[in-house]
Write a protein that binds this ligand. Structure first.
Ligand code: PMP
Length: 295
């Protein structure tokens, strides 16, 4: 549970979490009508803050939510939420909802979008799991496709992913592979996915139906700079089962090995050499880059 004394931002004010109230007729709550970002701070800096704010704005635009704040104002709020809670390392949740309205669906009845931001600490996968890797299953629940709700929209409606996460949890796994409607691998419930075969790295293209993860973008860039061949290319579970290595990426997970998929051992059953190299590059990069929390 979050500390109720944590200072949060809500609609122009900084106040303790325990006093921050969102009305019951907020359409983010009633209909999942809103967007969010999950952002990390490392070492007194916010990693890829501009990229997160840009994705936040893009997602809001896709839903025709007119954010009442500029990119610069949003950046300032994220930084201040960290500073006011003396955070150097942490996890930040920035949210915009359609705002308060009536009980009907209509977004036109919600005159003012609501924005809030919470900066807190993060609970991570235990360090040994980055060595042993994690098991995943494939969810029966398919990833939304872009004709339903585009998975590129990081919206408050995460039920598609939550249904898959429930399947993972019942199977004793923390993550699930989600397939696109045509059966190719799309992503996981809260992470993007990569496989390695014969030294070449593959990740599904975003148009398959996946969030354009900022960790994914960073890993692609770091891997290519390091000289790895990396392709954004469609693949199926056959390729996952026969991969030498598999790993997933996300702001929370960073870059963690998958060593079992649907009970098949991947590679030699521990984090692979390329996965470990990418994780090391990522962890170095995030600690050295970012927007300063304090001026
Ligand atoms: N896919 C989904 C569905 C996600 O929710 C997330 C974010 N947790 C990711 C991928 C990874 O995105 P990012 O690297 O920007 O955190």
């Amino acid at each position: 549970m979050l500390d109720p004394n944590l200072i949060v931002y809500l609609d122009g004010e900084y106040l303790p979490l325990g006093e921050a109230k969102v009305p019951l007729n907020d359409h983010g709550l009633l209909y999942g009508d809103g967007v969010f970002e999950g952002i990390r701070a490392y070492n007194g800096r916010i990693f890829k803050l501009d990229e997160h704010i840009r994705r936040f704005q893009d997602c809001a635009r896709a839903l025709m939510i007119e954010l009442p704040l500029t990119a610069a104002e949003l950046c300032k709020i994220v930084r201040e939420c960290c500073a006011k809670n003396d955070l150097n390392d942490g996890y930040i949740r920035l949210v915009a909802t359609r705002g308060s309205g009536d009980l009907g669906l209509s977004p036109t009845k919600c005159p003012e979008p609501r924005v809030f931001c919470i900066a807190a600490t993060i609970s991570l996968y235990p360090p040994e799991m980055y060595e042993t890797g994690i098991p995943v299953i494939t969810a029966q629940t398919r990833r939304n496709n872009a004709t339903i709700v585009d998975p590129q929209i990081k919206s408050l409606n995460y039920l598609n992913n939550i249904l898959a996460k429930i399947e993972a949890n019942f199977a004793g796994a923390q993550e699930a592979i989600m397939l696109a409607q045509n059966g190719v691998v799309a992503e996981c419930t809260a992470d993007n996915i990569f496989i390695v075969r014969d030294g070449i790295i593959y990740t599904p293209p975003i148009y398959i139906g996946a969030l354009d993860g900022i960790t994914r973008q960073t890993v692609i860039q770091l891997a290519r700079t390091e000289g790895y061949e990396l392709h954004e290319k469609e693949f199926t579970l056959f390729n996952v089962y026969n991969a030498d290595e598999c790993f997933i990426t996300g702001t929370g997970a960073e870059c963690i090995a998958v060593t079992k998929a649907d009970n098949r051992t991947i590679g030699n059953g521990t984090a692979g050499t390329i996965t470990k190299k990418i994780l090391a590059l990522y962890q170095k990069h995030v600690r050295e880059n970012g927007t300063n929390i304090r001026d």
